[in-house]
Design a protein around this ligand. Structure first.
Ligand SMILES: Nc1ncnc2c1ncn2[C@@H]1O[C@H](COP(=O)(O)OP(=O)(O)OP(=O)(O)O)[C@@H](O)[C@H]1O
Ligand SMILES: Nc1ncnc2c1ncn2[C@@H]1O[C@H](COP(=O)(O)OP(=O)(O)OP(=O)(O)O)[C@@H](O)[C@H]1O
Length: 583
C-alpha cells in the first residue's frame, strides 16, 4: 500500500541527506511501527507518505514514494486526502475549524460524503474517543490530550485507506492511549486499514505492531522485520525489552504478560535485595553540535506563555539573578518553596481545580499525573500566575504568582510549557541560547552545552521551527534550565525524546534536585515518573486523589505502574536501572 523506492530526502542547506536510499514496503492492512532515536528522520519519512515532504517543508526528494499507487511527489497533500489521513506532532497547527464536532466532520465534508453518513460517523467517533462531553467545546479551550484525541478522531471519520500518525499517544494518558491503539487495531483488522505510526513510548505500542521499521541513525539503512527481531537489535526499546536483554531471555518478550511468565528466575535472583536510591545527578557529557542547517525564517509565533514568563526580560539590562535554591537537607527535602491551599480555579465553565492543597519542597521532584483534562497544566499555570485562583491561594517563593511582576517571578519559577514552541522566538538555536544565557546572567555557552548534553547533534544555525520535535523540546528545556530557577515546572517534558535522551534529562534534573531545586512535572510517562520522581500527585477532575512516595502511588495503580513493577511484582522494583544495579 505504501512503497519507498530508493528515496533520499535532503533539506535545504543540509550537509547530508536526512533519509538516504530508503527502500520500504508497507503491505495493505498492516500496522507498522516506525522507531528510531530523536531527530533521526521519522517525521520526514512519514511526511514523504502524506506529501508534506517536500511540498510544505522544502528540500528535495529523490526516488519514488507511492501510496495506493499514487506518487506523492506528483500529488499535493490535498490530492492524497481521500487515501491518506495524517496526524502530525502538532495537532493545533492542523485544526481548520473551531469546535470539536466541526473538526470531526470537516474531513468528510471536503470529500463530499452524504450528511447522514457524516452524522453517524461523528457520533461514533465522539463515543469511541471519549469526546462526547466535549462536542460543543471550542478547540482552543481543550487540554493537550483532548486536542490530540480530536486530531485523531478527525482523521478517522473519513475512513481513509491509510493512516499516518506521528507520535499519536504523546499527550494521552495511559488509558486513553490504550483505547486509541485498540481502535486503530480494530480498523486494521476489520476494515483492512493500513497504519504507519511513529512512536517513542514503545512500552505503549510495540505489542500492537505487525511489523517494526527502525531508522537506526541519520542516513543509515532502515531495518524492517517482526517486532521481536527488530527490538533485539534496536537502540531504542521499551523497558520490557531492556529487562529481557539484561536477563538474557530468548525469545525476547514484548509484553508484560510474556515477561512475567519468564521472570521466575530473575525474581529468585533479586529476592532479599532492594532497590538502591537512584542517583542520576552525575557527570556532564557535552558533545559539540553539528549537522544540517536551515535558512532564516519568520519567527516562531509568540504566545501568552512567553509574554508572561521566562523570556520576558529581554534586551537592555540583565535581570537579577535567580535566587539560589534553598539547600536541601542531606538526602532529604528542604523547606517548602511553593504550595497551594484550598485552591480552586475556573476555566470558562469548567472547574479545572477544586480544593487543591499541595506543598513542594526544595530538592524534591514531584510527578503530577492523572487523566487528560484532570487539571495538571492548570495547576502548573497557577504556579506561574498564568491562571488566577477563583478561591484559595497559591504561593511561590512567598509570593502570589498572579500578582507578581514577571520580572520578579522568573527569579523563583520557570516553566517549560506543553508546547515548547511557545517559549522559542529567535531565528536560530544559537540565538535562542545566547538570549537564554543573557536572560539568566550566566556565561555564554551554558545553554548550548545543555542542549548538547540533552540531545547531541542539534545544529546551532537551525531555525527552531525546523527542529525535530525532540530537538525542539531539548532546546526549550535547556532555555529554562539555564535560568536555574528554584522551582522548575515541566509540562509533559518527554515528547519526541528517545530513551537515551530521557535518561540524560533525568540526569540533568537529578543534578538540579540534588542542588536543592524543586521540580514539578506533569506527565503521562509512567516510566519517567518511576525513574525520576520522589513523589507522585494524582489529580482527577481537578481534585487531588493520591499524594505519596512514587513507589507507593504507582505500584498500587495498574494505569501508572511502570513495566518493571508489573513484571517483578510483588517485589519493589520500578526501573531496569535499579535491577541492573542490584545484580
Ligand atoms: N523543514 C526542515 N528544514 C530543515 N531541516 C529539517 C526540517 N525538518 C526536519 N529537519 C531536520 O531533519 C532531521 C530529522 O527530523 P525529523 O523531524 O524527521 O526527525 P524525527 O525522527 O521525527 O525526530 P523526533 O523523534 O524528535 O520527532 C532533524 O535533524 C531536523 O532538524
Ligand atoms: N479556556 C478554557 N475554557 C474552558 N475550559 C478549559 C479552558 N482551558 C482548559 N479547560 C479545561 O480545564 C480542564 C483542565 O485542563 P488542563 O489543561 O489543566 O488538563 P491536563 O490535566 O493538563 O490535561 P492533559 O493531560 O490533556 O494535558 C480540561 O477539562 C480542559 O478542557
Amino acid at each position: 500500500m505504501i512503497r519507498f523506492e530508493n528515496v533520499t530526502v535532503t533539506y535545504a542547506d543540509a550537509a547530508a541527506p536526512t533519509l538516504d536510499g530508503v527502500d520500504l514496503t508497507v503491505p495493505e492492512g498492516e500496522l507498522v511501527l516506525l522507531v528510531g532515536p530523536s531527530g533521526v528522520g521519522k517525521s520526514t519519512l512519514l511526511g514523504a507518505v502524506s506529501g508534506l515532504v517536500p511540498h510544505f517543508t522544502g528540500g528535495t526528494l529523490r526516488g519514488r514514494v507511492t501510496v495506493d499507487g499514487r506518487d506523492t511527489r506528483a500529488h499535493r497533500p490535498r490530492e492524497l486526502a481521500d487515501v491518506v489521513g495524517t496526524v502530525g506532532q502538532d495537532p493545533l497547527a492542523h485544526f481548520v475549524t473551531d469546535t470539536v464536532e466541526d473538526e470531526l466532520a470537516y474531513g468528510m465534508e471536503s470529500l463530499g460524503l452524504a450528511p447522514a453518513v457524516m452524522r453517524r460517523r461523528v457520533e461514533e467517533t465522539l463515543d469511541l474517543l471519549g469526546l462526547a462531553p466535549l462536542r460543543d467545546r471550542p478547540i482552543a479551550t481543550l487540554s493537550g490530550g483532548q486536542r490530540q484525541r480530536v486530531a485523531i478522531g478527525s482523521v478517522l471519520t473519513p475512513h481513509p485507506k491509510v493512516l499516518v500518525l506521528d507520535e499519536p499517544t504523546s499527550a494521552l494518558d495511559p488509558a486513553a492511549a490504550e483505547e486509541v491503539l485498540a481502535v486503530l487495531q480494530r480498523l486494521v483488522h476489520d476494515l483492512g486499514t493500513t497504519v504507519l505510526m511513529a512512536e517513542h513510548r514503545l512500552e505503549r505500542v510495540v505489542q500492537y505492531a505487525d511489523r517494526v521499521v527502525l531508522l537506526p541513525a541519520p542516513g543509515a539503512p532502515v531495518v524492517a522485520g517482526p517486532p521481536a527481531e527488530v527490538m533485539a537489535v534496536s537502540p531504542v526499546h521499551p523497558p520490557v525489552v531492556a529487562l529481557g536483554r539484561l536477563a538474557g531471555w530468548d525469545p525476547l518478550p514484548l509484553t508484560v504478560r510474556d515477561a512475567r511468565r519468564r521472570a521466575g528466575g530473575l525474581r529468585d535472583r533479586l529476592a532479599g535485595l532492594s532497590p538502591a536510591a537512584a542517583s542520576p545527578g552525575s557527570g556532564a557529557a557535552v558533545a559539540a553540535g553539528g549537522g544540517p542547517a536551515a535558512a532564516g525564517r519568520a519567527p516562531v509565533a509568540p504566545s501568552g506563555v512567553r509574554a508572561v514568563l521566562g523570556r520576558l526580560v529581554r534586551g537592555g539590562t540583565a535581570p537579577p539573578a535567580p535566587e539560589p535554591p534553598p539547600a536541601a537537607g542531606a538526602g532529604g527535602a528542604g523547606r517548602t518553596v511553593a504550595g497551594t491551599r484550598a485552591l480552586s480555579v475556573r476555566r470558562g465553565r469548567v472547574e479545572a481545580l477544586r480544593d487543591v492543597g499541595i506543598g513542594v519542597r526544595a530538592g524534591e521532584t514531584v510527578a503530577l499525573m492523572g487523566r487528560n483534562g484532570a487539571g495538571k497544566s492548570t495547576l502548573l499555570g497557577a504556579l506561574v500566575g498564568l491562571v488566577e485562583p477563583a478561591s484559595g491561594s497559591v504561593l511561590v517563593g512567598g509570593r502570589a504568582p498572579h500578582r507578581t511582576a514577571p520580572r520578579e517571578l522568573v527569579r523563583h519559577v520557570g516553566l517549560v510549557p506543553q508546547e515548547p514552541r511557545d517559549l522559542l522566538y529567535a531565528d536560530t538555536v544559537a540565538a535562542e541560547c545566547a538570549a537564554a544565557d543573557a536572560d539568566a546572567g550566566v556565561a555564554p555557552g551554558a545553554c548550548r552545552a545543555l542542549v548538547s548534553e540533552l540531545l547531541p547533534g542539534v545544529a546551532g544555525d537551525t531555525h527552531p521551527r525546523d527542529l525535530s520535535e525532540g530537538q525542539r523540546l531539548a532546546l526549550a528545556l535547556a532555555v529554562v534550565l539555564t535560568g536555574r530557577p528554584p522551582l522548575l515546572l515541566l509540562d509533559e517534558p518527554t515528547r519526541g525524546l528517545d530513551y537515551a535522551a530521557k535518561a540524560r534529562l533525568a540526569r540533568v534534573l537529578g543534578r538540579l534536585a540534588a542542588e536543592g531545586h524543586a521540580i514539578v512535572m506533569a506527565t503521562h510517562d509512567v516510566e519517567l515518573a518511576a525513574e525520576l520522581a520522589d513523589r507522585v500527585v494524582v489529580l482527577a477532575e481537578g481534585e487531588v486523589v493520591a499524594d505519596g512516595p512514587t513507589h507507593e502511588v504507582v505500584v498500587s495503580s495498574p494505569a501508572f505502574a511502570p513495566q518493571v513493577a508489573k513484571i517483578l511484582a510483588p517485589q519493589p522494583w520500578l526501573t531496569v536501572a535499579q535491577v541492573e544495579a542490584a545484580l
